[in-house]
Design a protein. Structure first.
Length: 89
């Protein structure tokens, strides 16, 4: 049975793919927001999965699906990253 975090990572990847294929800026931005939301959900489920019933961290390796690395799908993301690196100087 697949975990909820695996499902959320797959949904994030699907939204990233849809954002890349979107022709309209509004549609692309929608999918980017959805991707980010699914990443948040996946991270929360992975955290919950790592805690056993007594509240102690369980010793589980991170799932392969959890290694999803989002890539920029719009220039606005690249601009934000560039701005953040310039502000950190």
């Amino acid at each position: 049975m697949r975990s909820k975090s695996d499902h959320a990572w797959r949904m994030a990847a699907q939204c990233a793919k849809l954002a890349q294929g979107a022709d309209e800026k509004d549609e692309r931005e929608f999918y980017v927001r959805m991707r980010d939301s699914w990443i948040t959900v996946a991270n929360r489920y992975e955290f919950l999965d790592s805690i056993d019933e007594q509240g102690a961290p369980a010793k589980r390796p991170r799932s392969a699906a959890g290694q999803y690395i989002p890539h920029p799908v719009s220039r606005s993301l690249e601009r934000r990253r560039g701005l953040a690196s310039r502000q950190g100087r």
